[in-house]
Design a protein around this ligand. Structure first.
Ligand code: 3HC
Length: 693
């Protein structure tokens, strides 16, 4: 066995060369790995004893793609095309032996080989689209030749990997190998095909692409069917164009189209944002003062106080992963209603085929309802999810303190109250933490884990680990009004409300935000949530536009009218009634009306968010800028291709943001001030990403 370089070895067993790569953690195709493959293939080709070559990886996976950390560096030799050409140009057949995940450049390497074999647990995919890219090493040209353009379109635009059996059925791989026997079976397979000539090359396989030629409707229909999903993203369209080139042009020309489109995407801001998010999603779990070896509190049973919409949704998260939940209500009818809603939610999943009725029954059997708080005594984690009232919450925590076993975590789902104050009523404040789920709690991916002054490290570590277990993405934040997400939303709401009084209509502001890439605008969102959230009829004094709307029984979607008018299907349309209410309100307040430009609306809405994020960093409420972005992407639908408000600020330049905020000056409100951190970073030419919270 000979070492090729630090990550590659070539062994020769009889007439087979076995080129093995080992570059933890995921065998990403770094310069060194590419070099190992390139030289290893050349060496095997030069070895007269070798008749066929097996390409295989050690560790947990086959190559998981290009090394994303190298994308910002200049060209490093050997390039992807040089490596791919070495494999495909080999005069001896090369067999890719796949385990784990063959992703992106990894699958492209496999497709440059003559044959692909895999263990049943392996997965194959081209996830470049998730990084705002397309497969740039021939993937868009070879995949449709193997699986046909329809499946290729699905794979490259969804980025979702397929399992080995599906890959076998669709022609992507040639044979399934029993688990644990990959190396030996690959050698055996290589012996079988060693003398097959002419050499099999995917680039020469034209049947499947030729069959789609002259059928532009394949692409037109695909674009139409996915228009909503792809809105705002460049990469899906570029992937489609590249597959179109594979169908309509000879291989070499298609490859050139792919290269050109890849380059454009790589140089654009969308891919930069999406690559940033890839690392942000991994970074968010890392907490500088809570080391990896912090003891974890085993969570075998969860208690939830409150069976309302939040309580029920939270319960589903735990039941879904097999953790039994006891849910407490104060009245039987409320409890029955809460459990009924959970069952209905599960039953809805049977209609889409996600669950069977047996699954539903099993999950419901893990959920116990009770009226007695004492039943939570043996829970390892109790989450309070009742309405937002400090006295009532403190009352519940004081009782839980007496009932629940020592060592258990006592959590609150509050989105508005000071958790330090809640924790002040218990004798074990170190066990208290905030778990701020977003509604619907069984669907939304974000969880803000809120540490108090006293939350212990094991409590924090356990909350983060549990979040992962229930499929959430968690950001650790500190206590402040609104925490990270709602605090930044509040900053935007103030601007949007102010602009209504200056002459913009809700639908103009919403359209600007929607066109920016958000799933819905400020006022459409308010209508959805209900304008009467926190509104008390008896105390209503027509003090805000929102109050006037509620007084007119325009309380949002549920009453058929709010900022917008709604039809039977809840489709919104601009409302002359709302317009009159706003104009009258502004006139009464003596505020002059003017036409606001879309640019002003966007800048005021978004730049104040960037400013609020900087304040959050300044106050050390968030650990890092990218955690704030994770919150806004996963909790509020901030477009991934803009990387989150902090990344967006960095992209357009903090100097520009500060200059604009200063130019808007008093319009931003008497309470608005520019974050000193933002000003400092702008003056130093730095980015929010460079600032630690
Ligand atoms: N490049 C660089 N680092 C990578 C990487 C990659 N392609 N893939 C994973 N890593 C790093 C992660 O950042 C993480 O680092 P950390 O421990 O320092 O945080 C470590 O490897 C482990 O990754 P995960 O935590 O994600 O491990 P999992 O076991 O949960 O998942 C995986 C493994 C499924 C391979 C997942 O990491 C993944 O999806 N990776 C990205 C795959 C991808 O997008 N490939 C396409 C790259 S673009 C490309 O190939 C372009 C080509 O067409 C030219």
């Amino acid at each position: 066995m000979g070492a090729i370089n630090a990550v590659a070895t070539l062994a020769v067993e009889g007439d087979i060369g076995i080129l093995t790569l080992n570059s933890p953690p995921v065998n990403a195709l770094s310069q060194q790995v590419r070099d190992g493959i390139h030289k290893g293939i050349q060496q095997a080709v030069a070895d007269t004893a070798v008749q066929a070559i097996v390409l295989i990886c050690e560790g947990k996976t086959f190559f998981a793609g290009a090394d994303i950390t190298e994308f910002t560096q200049g060209p490093l030799s050997p390039s992807f095309p040089e490596m791919i050409d070495a494999i495909e140009g080999s005069p001896k057949p090369v067999v890719a032996a796949i385990h784990g995940t063959a992703l992106g450049g990894g699958l492209e390497v496999a497709m440059a080989c003559s044959y692909r074999i895999a263990v049943p647990s392996a997965k194959c995919g081209l996830p470049e689209v998730n990084l705002g890219l397309l497969p740039g090493a021939g993937g868009t040209q070879r995949l449709p030749r193997l699986v046909g353009p329809e499946q290729a379109l699905d794979m490259v635009t969804s980025g979702k990997p397929i399992d080995a059996r599906t890959a076998l059925a669709s022609g992507l791989i040639d044979e399934l190998i029993p688990e644990g026997e990959l190396r030996n079976s690959a050698i055996e397979f290589a012996r079988k095909i060693a003398r097959n000539r002419p050499l099999r090359r995917v680039r020469d396989m034209n049947d499947k692409v030729a069959a789609a030629r002259g059928k532009p409707e394949i692409f037109a229909d695909f674009r139409k069917a996915n228009a909503r999903k792809f809105r705002g993203f460049l990469a899906p369209e570029y992937n489609i164009r590249s597959i179109e080139a594979a169908v309509n042009q000879p291989f070499a020309e298609g490859l050139q189209v792919e290269q050109q489109l890849f380059k454009e995407l790589m140089q654009g801001t969308q891919s930069a944002a999406q690559r940033y998010v890839f690392f942000a999603e991994r970074q968010v779990w890392k907490i500088p003062d809570v080391p990896d070896d912090t003891p974890i509190i085993p969570i075998k049973k969860v208690g939830i106080v409150g069976a309302g919409t939040m309580g029920g949704g939270i319960a589903m998260n735990f039941v879904n992963v097999g953790i039994p939940v006891t849910i407490v209500e104060t009245r039987q009818d409320a409890l029955d209603r809460g459990l009924g809603v959970v069952r209905k939610n599960y039953e809805r999943s049977t209609k889409s085929g996600k669950l069977t009725m047996a699954d539903v029954d099993k999950r419901m059997s893990l959920l116990t309802g009770t009226l007695e708080l004492e039943r939570l005594a043996d829970c390892d984690l109790v989450i309070e999810a009742i309405f937002e009232n400090m006295d009532v919450k403190q009352g519940v925590f004081a009782k839980l303190d007496k009932i629940v076993k020592q060592g258990a975590i006592l959590a609150t789902n509050t989105s508005a109250l000071d958790i330090n104050d809640i924790a002040s009523v218990v004798k074990r404040p170190e066990s208290v933490i905030g778990l701020h789920f977003f509604s619907p709690a069984n669907v939304m991916r974000l969880l803000e884990v809120v540490r108090t002054r006293h939350s212990s490290k094991p409590v924090i570590a356990t909350a983060m680990q549990l979040a992962k277990k229930i499929g959430k993405i968690a950001a650790l934040v500190g206590v402040c009004p609104g925490f990270v997400g709602n605090r930044i939303l509040h900053a935007r709401t103030l601007q949007a409300d102010a602009m209504l009084l200056e002459g913009a209509m809700p639908w103009q502001i919403d359209k600007v935000l929607y066109d920016f890439g958000l799933p819905m605008g400020q006022f459409a969102m308010a209508d959805l949530a209900g304008l009467d959230l926190g509104w008390v009829k008896e105390r209503s004094a027509s003090a805000t536009i929102r109050e006037v709307l509620c007084e007119a029984d325009r309380r949002g979607q549920k009453t058929g009218a709010g900022y917008y008018d709604y039809d039977e299907q809840r489709h919104p349309s601009p409302s002359p009634v709302t317009e009159k209410i706003i104009r009258d309100f502004a006139a009464k307040s003596g505020l002059p009306q003017r036409q606001l430009s879309d640019q002003e609306i966007l800048e005021r809405c978004v730049y104040v968010q960037i400013n609020e994020g900087a304040r959050i960093l300044e106050e050390k409420i968030a650990i890092r800028a990218s955690d704030i972005d994770i919150v806004w992407i996963n909790g509020y639908g901030w477009p991934v291709y803009r990387g989150g408000p902090m990344f967006y600020g960095d992209t357009i330049g903090l100097k520009h943001v500060v200059a604009k905020l200063k130019a808007y000056g008093p319009k931003l409100g008497s309470n608005f001030t520019i974050s000193p951190l933002l000003e400092k970073l702008a003056a130093e030419g730095k980015r929010l990403q460079d600032a630690a919270g």
